[in-house]
Ligand binder design. Structure first.
Ligand SMILES: CC(C)(COP(=O)(O)OP(=O)(O)OC[C@H]1O[C@@H](n2cnc3c(N)ncnc32)[C@H](O)[C@@H]1OP(=O)(O)O)[C@@H](O)C(=O)NCCC(=O)NCCS
Length: 186
């Protein structure tokens, strides 16, 4: 559980019974079902399986309420360079909250717990392709990501520095592993 490691409880009073913890192998089927329910299709749930199988997972957290998995967030290694300098970066993708439990702070708790854990582990930057109205509240910035060549130009492509100045520089690049199934992937 990451709550105590964060230095403060990230959960609202309403979510007191919820725990954020590392996903266990026994929870994988529930995580698959949760991603399918949240996205209304299989693509993201199947992507999680492929990223695991390819050994790319850096951190996989679940929000657990009693025996139920109500949220999931995945971070995977993402080769990144700025001005020819390698940056220790991860991609945040996907994340999902049970449709019955959305807009109650579960996603926020997962993001905060994940970022705290990654920072502790020495990860320098996090990249996300996601809702432009959601991720900036955690410090993600499309402006910061704009210098990074990627298959995803635009405001949905955002970056966050966990180590100050990690993405400082003129120009860089992220290279999504082929597992993501992105055209320009390496
Ligand atoms: C996006 C998602 C992970 C957010 O988790 P959550 O637990 O519902 O979010 P929280 O309770 O922490 O935060 C609620 C805020 O998120 C916003 N939000 C939720 N879904 C959003 C979306 N699709 N786009 C933009 N903002 C969204 C809410 O409007 C709310 O904003 P407010 O605080 O300004 O009122 C969740 O809604 C979800 O699983 N959606 C379906 C799958 C998905 O889109 N995953 C993310 C892919 S980038």
């Amino acid at each position: 559980m990451f709550g105590s490691a964060l230095g403060r409880n990230p959960l609202s009073a309403q979510e007191d019974a919820m725990h954020i913890q590392d996903e266990t192998p026994e929870q994988r089927a529930q995580v698959h079902a949760l991603n399918r329910a949240a996205f209304g299709r299989d693509d993201e749930a199947d992507l999680v399986e492929r990223l695991r199988a390819d050994g790319l997972v850096r951190l996989s957290l679940v929000a657990q309420d009693d025996d139920a998995i109500v949220g999931h967030i995945l971070f995977t290694d993402l080769p990144t360079q700025v001005d020819g300098r390698a940056v220790r970066a991860v991609a945040l993708a996907p994340m999902a909250v049970d449709p019955q439990r959305q807009s109650a702070g579960v996603g926020t708790a997962l993001v905060r717990a994940g970022l705290a854990c990654l920072a502790r582990d020495g990860v320098e930057a996090v990249i996300v392709l996601g809702h432009p109205a959601y991720y900036p509240r955690f410090g993600f910035s499309a402006q910061l990501a704009a210098k990074l060549a990627s298959p995803f130009p635009g405001e949905a492509f955002m970056a966050l520095e966990l180590a100050a100045g990690a993405l400082r520089g003129a120009a860089g690049q992220v290279r999504y592993p082929a597992t993501f199934g992105i055209d320009e992937a390496v």
